[in-house]
Ligand binder design. Structure first.
Ligand code: ADP
Length: 845
């Protein structure tokens, strides 16, 4: 046996294990607990209702049983009385019958005794003496029945009249009761046939007839007929006498014990099953009070159940609301805790009522150390106390500006940081101000960033200032100067005039943006839609007389910091570069002239040969004329003719000299609109000198209606002469037979790189280009010739490229054999914008 362990104080320690149901309860989820808590009272109410129903049912059954017993008892008593009365009457009739059988009575005496009986006993209606042959000997009838009396003395009973009972009495020699039936139209009567015997033989009957009604009225005690509806029924349950209670319409028919009608029946014993006595209680104790109570309990239970359910629903709604509230609170708490801004609430007296974790983290003081404190707060640096007191007063009177105030905060470890404070009134649920909510942000970092920014700005401006380019930014359509670096200020001062001048001179007028068609302008922002996005930095080189400098001007559009569209102009001093370029251009020109001189030098023997002819001719004419003048054999006419011929030869010589002179003359580059056939003719005339000497044929084809080219004709002629000279030399070197000593020059219109152009090609039948020669063809000073300079083709290419054209060379083949080569170049037609029109002219590339 175990005893509770005594504690040191002597009390038994109550370590009773928790009851199983407690454990079970706590193991349930709160949701289930709620459910049980709601279901338990409901179940209790239903149980209570069930118990009430059962109790009612039980009591009711008891009562019914008791009533039933009472009915049975009463009915038994009534039946007893009825039986007694019938037996008494039977006794009297039997005595009458015995006297008749003993011949101690004649009909008169019978009548007298029968009358006495009929008068004395109201239930006896008639007493009739019938002999064995069913003849009526005498009949005494109660006066009320006398009028319709069927029993007339001397008459025989009609067949069928009580024949069965009569027969039965005769056979049994015992008194026999008839079986009354309610169906007879007259008042039903109960008959008693008492047989008469004569020396042991049947000698008729004494027929006693009872009124069943009277029998009921006088035989049943009044206390019973007062309590019950007492009726006499025939064997088929038809009412013979008495008043039956009609079938009760029971309002509680659905209750098991309510179906019963408090009644009972018994057969009346001497008559047997032919006569049944029934008693129906006038009032069954289907107590109004009982059922009322029952219904009340039912209604109350239903109401309680309904209220429980309603209450449960209400609780559930409240639970939902509560859950939502908890979630909301948790969310707010989480938000508050995760916030990086310190929050502090002050009551109206300046006492701290709340601080959030961020505030504690910022200051290093815990919540317990802060809440409840009044000024001076622990995070106030001592030296700032006076100012901070004043600030707190401002704060409490709501005078802190919405933009907040900045102040220094001391951490618990003594270090300081800058913070910004914003204050807003704290309004409680009733709309009353209960204090002030202050939010605090550590602005050390923003301050540091600002310092960094300003440092980087400084660096940036230092770089821009030191730049040897002038940088200026001005908004579009305004005279305002947004930015100008040192060089700009040095050159143009602090006004925007310089910027605008640069923009204008460089041909990038900003006005273009606003003056142009509205189509280009986005109606909303007023900014040009296409131009800006596709705008690339524009470049222009301009001479600014006021500075005496060449400037390269670049501009680009940008969104200024305030969102305005601005134009930035960067101008670089390019005067030294410009001068160098001019110098190199002059040198190139000199190189071109030199090259022409070289070409001529190379062609010197041909030129000498060409000049020799007219000079020889002149010499011949002159000698001839001198001889003939000496001999005086010449007429004036002959002399004139000879002089004219001489003069023509001299002119020809002069022309040759003139052409060579103009070719080699050093001239400034001069691009003019030049006629292509003219240029070609000049070049061909020069080249033909070489061709004649080398015995080479030149054929040329120039397309009709070629456009004019904006070129320097002397340079193009130089290229053509060079190519033709090389061609002739190549044919000579290849030592072709005279049938194959041809050079062909073709000039055709063409489309090259999407541009209209004129293509010149020189095709020869010479030795062609070896692969290694092809590689180095355009290199300066590359030559395969013993006396060649090797700068011809190099210059040709640079001339063509300076005219924005291209030059190329390729070999011509006959099967595997190289049969010559073709040099070609094209020059674009710059002045004619319409390629289509060019095509339409009928000339195709
Ligand atoms: P040069 O004529 O003084 O040698 P070029 O620059 O005119 O200098 O020519 C360079 C070289 O290209 C020549 O030496 C020659 O070998 C080759 N060449 C030029 N034209 C032709 C041509 N039509 N056929 C074959 N080779 C050529």
């Amino acid at each position: 046996m175990s005893h509770p362990t005594p504690t040191p104080h002597g009390f038994p320690q109550a370590i009773a294990p928790r009851a199983w149901w407690q454990r079970w309860w706590s193991s349930q989820s709160s949701h289930r607990q709620d459910r049980f808590a709601m279901l338990a009272p409901l179940a209790a109410v239903l149980l209570f209702l069930a118990a009430i129903v059962a109790a009612f049912g039980y009591l009711r059954l008891e009562e019914v049983e008791r009533e039933q017993e009472a009915v049975k008892r009463d009915l038994e008593y009534a039946q007893q009385r009825l039986r007694l009365r019938l037996l008494e009457r039977q006794e009297q009739l039997m005595r009458l019958a015995r006297d008749i059988s003993n011949k101690e009575m004649d009909p008169e005496e019978f009548m007298a005794r029968a009358e006495a009986l009929v008068v004395q006993y109201p239930e006896l209606q008639a007493i009739t003496w019938i002999d064995a042959s069913r003849r009526i000997i005498a009949s005494q009838v109660t006066p009320s029945l006398a009028a319709g009396n069927p029993w007339v003395a001397g008459e025989k009973l009609k067949p069928g009249d009580t024949e069965t009972t009569f027969g039965l009495a005769r056979d049994l020699l015992q008194p026999v009761y008839s079986q009354p039936a309610a169906s007879t139209p007259t008042m039903p009567l109960l008959q008693l046939h008492t047989p008469l015997t004569e020396q042991g033989h049947f000698a008729g009957v004494i027929l006693g007839e009872y009124s069943i009604d009277n029998l009921l009225r006088y035989a049943v005690p009044t206390e019973i007929s007062a309590k019950y509806a007492v009726t006499l029924l025939d064997s088929r349950d038809n009412v013979l006498a008495g008043r039956a209670i009609p079938e009760r319409q029971n309002s509680m028919g659905f209750l098991p014990w309510a179906t019963h009608v408090n009644e009972d029946e018994v057969p009346v014993s001497p008559v047997g099953n032919g006569l049944i006595l029934r008693a129906q209680a006038w009032r069954t104790s289907l107590g109004v009070v009982g059922s009322g109570l029952f219904w009340l309990v039912c209604a109350l239970s239903a109401m309680t159940a309904w209220m429980l359910i309603a209450n449960w629903r209400h609780t559930r709604r409240r639970m939902h609301t509560q859950n939502a509230l908890v979630a909301e609170t948790t969310f707010r708490r989480a938000m508050e805790n995760s916030m990086l801004t310190g929050m502090r609430a002050l009551d109206m007296q300046g006492r701290i009522t709340y601080v959030n974790p961020a505030f504690c983290q910022m200051t290093g003081w815990s919540e317990a150390e802060l809440v409840g404190r009044t000024a001076p707060f622990p995070y106030w640096p001592e030296e700032d106390h006076p100012i901070l007191h004043a600030r707190l007063q401002e704060e409490l009177s709501g005078k802190i500006p919405p933009a907040g105030v900045q102040f220094r905060v001391k951490r618990k470890d003594g270090s300081l940081f800058d913070a910004r404070l914003y204050v807003s009134p704290l309004i409680d649920a009733l709309g009353k101000q209960s204090g002030w909510m202050t939010s605090m942000t550590d602005i050390t970092e923003p301050n540091r960033i600002r310092e960094q920014l300003s440092a980087s700005y400084e660096r940036f401006t230092t770089v821009l200032e030191a730049l040897d380019a002038s940088v200026s930014v001005a908004p579009l359509g305004s005279e305002e100067l947004l930015f100008a670096n040192k060089l700009y200020r040095l050159w143009f001062g602090t006004q925007a005039t310089g910027h605008l001048q640069l923009v204008e001179q460089a041909g990038m007028p900003e006005q273009r943006l606003s003056d142009d068609g509205l189509d280009d302008v986005d109606g909303l922002a007023g900014l040009p839609t296409g131009t800006l996005t596709t705008a690339r930095p524009e470049n222009a080189e301009i001479y600014v007389a006021q500075l005496g400098k060449w400037l390269e001007v670049r501009s680009r559009y940008l969104n200024w910091v305030d969102g305005r569209l601005a134009q930035m102009v960067i101008a670089t001093d390019i005067t030294p570069r410009r001068e160098a370029e001019e110098l190199s251009a002059a040198q190139a020109e000199r190189a071109h002239s030199a090259s022409r001189l070289i070409t001529m030098g190379e062609m010197a023997s041909s030129v000498a040969h060409e000049l020799n002819q007219p000079l020889t001719a002149i010499n011949n004419y002159c000698s001839g004329m001198v001889t003939r003048i000496k001999d005086k054999k010449i007429t004036d006419e002959d002399l004139l003719g000879a002089l004219e011929k001489t003069s023509r030869q001299a002119q020809r010589a002069g022309q040759i000299i003139q052409r060579i002179r103009s070719f080699v003359k050093r001239s400034e580059p001069n691009r003019t609109l030049s006629d292509v056939p003219g240029m070609v003719a000049e070049a061909v005339e020069l080249a033909e000198i070489e061709f004649r000497r080398r015995n080479v044929r030149l054929t040329y084809h120039i397309a009709a209606r070629l456009p004019e080219l904006r070129v320097d004709p002397i340079l193009i002629e130089q290229v053509l002469v060079n190519l033709m000279k090389n061609a002739a030399e190549s044919i000579d070197t290849a030592a072709r037979p005279s049938a194959r000593r041809n050079v062909e020059l073709r000039v055709l219109p063409k489309i090259e790189e999407g541009l209209r152009a004129v293509e010149f090609s020189v095709t020869d039948t010479g030795q062609g280009l070896a692969p290694e020669v092809m590689e180095r063809l355009f290199e300066a000073f590359f030559s395969t010739k013993a006396e060649g300079m090797g700068i011809g083709l190099n210059l040709c290419r640079s001339i063509v490229e300076s005219h924005h054209g291209r030059m190329q060379a390729r070999n011509l083949y006959n099967g595997q054999e190289v049969v010559g080569c073709c040099f070609s170049f094209w020059i674009p037609v710059t002045d004619s914008p319409q390629i289509d029109a060019f095509k339409d002219s009928g000339v195709t590339a």
